[in-house]
Unconditional design. Structure first.
Length: 542
């Protein structure tokens, strides 16, 4: 990221759109991968009702993400607001799935079809200056406290979901001379007032208006001389607040409650740097405050030494301890049962590796270079590449087998491998069609569920004598098959639990409650070449 010495280098883009996204959950992995590949940080919320986000990074990278989003026809007209800063507004990238992109908690409210009338920033002053218009600030109390429009009503709410209850009782919204009043509503970026105007329209208000683009667009377009805005506008990033021209303000933020600090708050006896402010002092325990004091002390010590608290030197040192030289590289995907069993074997063998979590919708080129088939898991060794999960298991256990997962006799290993192969071939065939019938043009997957059930009935019988497939303890066959049985059981858990397979159900339950399962299923961020290496397992233990 380069620029002139004195110019801001971080572009912040804020955007949202109410639009029907029934597949919103499927949009998350590739979007997160794309953002991380372009070093973009921030937060994206996805829900059935649309998208809501603020992201930041180099201008070309932020614009690349916006172009990526607009490649979806449903988001082709996505609008965004820009501002610049010389410090990173965010330090990580998150994409979250939500029931609502802005939580109101009132069923049936659809801004897509019911929102009020947009008012451009240039026309906003005229509207809110009209004596017959009720102007309502839809933001939370701590946001209103540091700035609002002249004459606006403060509902004094702590969360947006409290606004509907306030609106039902507010005297300002009662009928006058048999008519409901004209109402103008505003918020930071436009999203909350768009939803709140839809709420009022659903409740019988005919003339409802909202500021298009919100306060941020107003501050961007309206000069201070013409403005009716008073104070600063709180923003949900490290800038804390902005003023006219979207210039970052000088307000601080309480590191305990994350609320902005009004100008006089730091003079209060209830304010303690990094610990509390007048707004949150009485809501936290003495234990909480003491932990905050210690965190602040460590931060100050690190700053005095020129170090980053819990920062890069510490992380790099830990990585070097956990990853030996020439450590194997494992390309993996957390939920894939093939990758799961490879991780289980590496964990049991005590083999440290660098784990690279893959987004299947956007496979890294280094994976394709190592294994053109592009499926996980793939284990890259200094002298060769192992592309099959069962081969990875066998390689790992041949290096070290402290838990005796491999049988001592050749015939025993042959028997276990034959059982695993039957499940890989026959059971996996039926599992896929049971879980994803639409992929195979099937009405449902019940026939394939019943075929797979025959194999599970036989597996239950094998488990009855000792409780394991590999003899008297957990072993190769157990670890190789359990991830697939787990996937089958999750399709219809109630049906699975109702089957007469007590030995199988107990075996699966033990697996899912084991410490090895917990470590193997640890969540990792999607890997990109510029990321620091990630050690597997994470805790330095078997």
């Amino acid at each position: 990221m380069t620029s002139d010495v004195n110019s801001p280098v971080y572009l912040t883009a804020a955007f949202y759109k109410f639009v029907d996204l029934p597949d919103y959950a499927e949009l998350k992995p590739p979007l997160l991968a794309f953002c991380e590949a372009h070093h973009v940080k921030g937060m994206v919320l996805l829900a059935r009702e649309g998208i809501n986000s603020t992201i930041a990074g180099a201008a070309e990278d932020v614009h690349a993400v916006l172009t990526y989003l607009r490649s979806d026809p449903r988001l082709a007209d996505l609008e965004h607001k820009e501002s610049f800063a010389d410090k990173p507004p965010f330090y990580r990238m998150k994409v979250r799935l939500k029931k609502e992109i802005v939580t109101m908690g009132v069923p049936g409210i659809s801004p897509t079809h019911m929102a009020g009338t947009y008012v451009q920033p240039k026309d906003w002053n005229t509207l809110i200056s009209s004596p017959d218009v009720v102007v309502i600030d839809t933001r939370n109390d701590y946001e209103v406290e540091i700035g609002t429009f002249k004459g606006a009503i403060n509902p004094d709410i702590q969360t947006f979901s409290q606004l509907p209850q306030w609106a039902q009782k507010a005297n300002e919204l009662q009928e006058r001379n048999g008519r409901k009043p004209r109402v103008a509503m505003f918020c930071t970026g436009g999203i909350r007032c768009e939803k709140s105007t839809a709420l009022l329209r659903a409740n019988g208000f005919d003339e409802v208006f909202h500021l298009q683009g919100g306060i941020l667009k107003y501050l961007e377009q309206i000069s201070p001389e013409e403005s009716l805005w008073q104070g600063q506008c709180f923003v949900f990033d490290e800038r804390t607040s902005v003023g006219h021209g979207l210039v970052p303000g000088k307000l601080g933020i309480c590191r305990s409650c994350r609320d902005p600090l009004a100008e006089d708050m730091t003079d209060s006896p209830l304010f303690e740097l990094g610990v509390s402010c007048p707004r949150c002092y009485h809501t936290t325990s003495d234990e909480h405050k003491q932990r905050a004091r210690e965190r602040q002390r460590q931060f100050q010590l690190a700053k005095a030494r020129g170090q980053m608290h819990l920062g890069e030197p510490q992380k790099n040192s830990l990585i070097k301890q956990l990853l030996p030289a020439n450590a194997p590289v494992l390309y993996s995907f957390r939920r894939c049962p093939y990758a799961m069993r490879a991780r289980l074997a590496l964990l049991s063998a005590g083999i440290r590796c660098e784990l690279r979590e893959v987004a299947l919708a956007q496979k890294p080129q280094s994976l394709l270079n190592a294994s053109p088939k592009g499926t996980v898991p793939v284990l890259v060794l200094p002298d060769r590449v192992i592309e099959q999960s069962l081969d990875i298991m066998l390689w790992a256990l041949q290096q070290s087998d402290p838990c005796s997962w491999l049988p001592e006799e050749a015939d025993g290993l042959k028997t276990q491998l034959a059982l695993v192969q039957r499940f890989d071939d026959v059971f996996k065939h039926h599992l896929d069609r049971y879980k994803y019938p639409s992929r195979y043009a099937l009405t449902d997957g019940i026939t394939h569920r019943d075929e797979a059930a025959l194999l599970l009935h036989a597996l239950n019988a094998l488990l009855i004598p000792s409780g394991f497939l590999s003899g008297q303890h957990w072993g190769l066959a157990d670890a190789a098959i359990a991830p697939f049985v787990r996937q089958f059981a999750k399709v219809d858990k109630a049906w699975f639990d109702a089957q007469p397979w007590p030995a199988l159900q107990h075996w699966l339950g033990q697996f899912e409650q084991s410490s090895d399962y917990v470590q193997a299923m640890h969540k990792y961020k999607v890997w990109h070449p510029d990321h620091k290496p990630v050690a597997f397992p994470t805790n330095g233990q078997r």
